[in-house]
Write a protein that binds this ligand. Structure first.
Ligand code: G4P
Ligand code: NA
Ligand code: NA
Length: 189
């Protein structure tokens, strides 16, 4: 997606260890016009997949998922990372290990918002090692629903997330694919 790639080049900065900082439009401040177009792009890619619901992960997955869900006219549900005061039981949960942060997080989705037989599109902001996506897939499978694809805003193609997902047979659609962040420079695939 050219608009996204241009924004990454204009506003992104490379921080140590292959991490791209995009706080000014995706991870902290949100560029709403860009998010709307990102949502439309996901909707276009998955328009024939008969998606019944979008599943993402708080917090940074929510903004790019919103317009996709609106365009596809399906509900959007986000997995929670923090314990909710009111969401205490009747949950699907999965453990997600972050190689970047060296910590494990429990993620949770209420059983009320994922139904057996559904066709779920998973969306997230970044794909690095694929652990978040695999955790979401695990939750979809617990619900007896099907993952019809994984939509990613920024894929770090030098990490093995895509391989992890494709090896298991999942369709991955990334709007920007980064080959390298070496020498502080963003190189797209
Ligand atoms: P993985 O799920 O692909 O294995 O990713 P990893 O554990 O490496 O990622 C942990 C967190 O760091 C995730 O956010 C992920 O989106 C983010 N992340 C990974 N690589 C980058 C990067 O190069 N740049 C930025 N900006 N983020 C990256 P999170 O902890 O779930 O946070 P959030 O959703 O609340 O923002
Ligand atoms: Na993030
Ligand atoms: Na994320």
């Amino acid at each position: 997606m050219e608009e996204l790639k241009a924004k990454i080049l204009e506003k992104g900065s490379v921080v140590a260890d292959g991490v791209l900082k995009v706080d000014s439009f995706l991870n902290h401040q949100i560029d709403t016009n860009l998010m709307i177009n990102i949502g439309k792009e996901f909707a276009k890619k998955f328009k024939d997949a008969n998606v019944t619901r979008i599943l993402t992960l708080e917090s940074s997955g929510i903004a790019p998922s919103f317009m996709a869900a609106n365009e596809l006219n399906v509900p959007l549900v986000f997995a929670r990372k923090r314990k909710s005061l009111t969401m205490t039981d009747n949950l699907y949960t999965s453990s997600v290990y972050s190689f970047t942060k060296k910590e494990t997080n429990e993620i949770a989705v209420s059983k009320n918002y994922l139904e057996k037989g559904e066709r779920i599109l998973i969306i997230d902001d970044f794909l690095a090692n694929g652990q978040a996506a695999l955790g979401l897939i695990n939750i979809v499978e617990q619900a007896g629903a099907e993952v019809v694809g994984v939509g990613i805003v920024i894929e770090k193609s030098f990490q093995d997330g895509r391989a992890q997902l494709e090896q298991k047979g999942y369709r991955v659609e990334s709007l920007a694919r980064i080959l390298s962040l070496e020498n502080g420079t963003v190189t797209f695939l």
